[in-house]
Write a protein that binds this ligand. Structure first.
Ligand SMILES: [Zn+2]
Length: 292
């Protein structure tokens, strides 16, 4: 059993669907960051969304960054996807918690609060594309549906779900992104809307052992739904000593001079917690190279 993401086309290619089982990558994020249940759901949903959107990146160097900047106890949440739905992320307060909703669900909206959703696409253009919309509910899926409708003008249905076990580990995580191309006839849109209105949650469908193909066929209500691409999403950090050196240089001369007071400087990657140690003489060298 491992994570999987499949892209589909349905209704004679007028409807695009991506469906993901992200159970393992969300569990990896939970362990890595020591997350409480509600933050697990919050970061898990955003990582799942990053993979769904990142699956559309076309080049190795392309990068997609998603930020939830709310005023709730969890602070800000960040997820990044590289090419091929390789994702990573973190949030400010791993131990933030809130009372469950009356249906007994993890209350992600309560720990996120009010604020903005930001999407940054770095796809090889001169400037990255940045889209910002106000958070609608802080539940993340609704916020992205709003983002697609308002910022990209693509009618979309978004489902993101994370189910945790009693011990806090991830039982199921997954999601889908269904997008309707321009000029799609009204009756097809109605068909899909009706189907989605009566559909079970994504985590329930995964729990019922529905395959990603079955989920795509079901939500689009089209038996001719066909798979066009399959990816293996993964939680993967691409940090390196070289990148950390660049981060040091970006601190600027004064900050670097301050670091020289210490025998060694330790930097930790926010995404994977790996530590990088730089000695005083290495910092001096970095400063010299930065000048050159
Ligand atoms: Zn890292």
């Amino acid at each position: 059993m491992s994570d999987k993401l499949i892209k589909f086309l349905s209704h004679v290619d007028m409807v695009k669907i991506a469906v993901i089982d992200s159970t393992e990558l969300v569990e990896k994020a939970r362990k890595l960051h020591g997350l409480n249940p509600t933050p697990t759901a919050a970061l898990g949903r955003l990582l799942t969304m990053a993979a769904l959107m990142g699956a559309g990146l076309k080049n190795e160097e392309d990068k997609l960054t998603l930020q939830i900047l709310g005023d709730g106890p969890v602070g800000s949440i960040l997820a990044v996807s590289g090419f091929g739905a390789k994702v990573k992320g973190y949030l400010s307060e791993p131990l933030a918690e809130a009372e469950s909703t009356h249906e007994g669900k993890l209350n992600v909206g309560a720990i996120v609060g009010k604020g903005d959703l930001r999407v940054i696409k770095d796809i090889g253009l001169k400037d990255p594309y940045i889209g910002v919309v106000p958070l609608q509910t802080g539940e993340i899926a609704e916020d992205f549906a709003y983002y697609f409708a308002y910022s990209e003008q693509i009618p979309s249905a978004v489902a993101l779900g994370v189910l945790v076990n009693q011990d806090g580990s991830v039982k199921k995580a997954g999601g889908y992104l269904l997008q309707i191309m321009p000029d799609t006839p009204e009756q097809i849109i109605k068909l899909i809307e009706d189907r989605l209105a009566s559909s079970k949650s994504i985590t329930q469908m995964l729990e019922d052992n529905m395959s990603l193909e079955e989920i795509a066929t079901y939500i689009s209500d089209d038996l001719n739904t066909r798979a066009v691409e399959e990816l293996v999403p993964e939680y993967k950090c691409d940090c390196s000593r070289e990148r950390m050196e660049k981060a040091l240089i970006s601190l600027g001369k004064t900050e670097l001079e301050n670091l020289l007071q210490d025998e060694k400087t330790e930097l930790q990657c926010h995404f994977c917690n790996k530590k990088y140690v730089f000695t005083r003489s290495e910092i001096e060298k970095i400063m010299e190279n930065a000048k050159a």
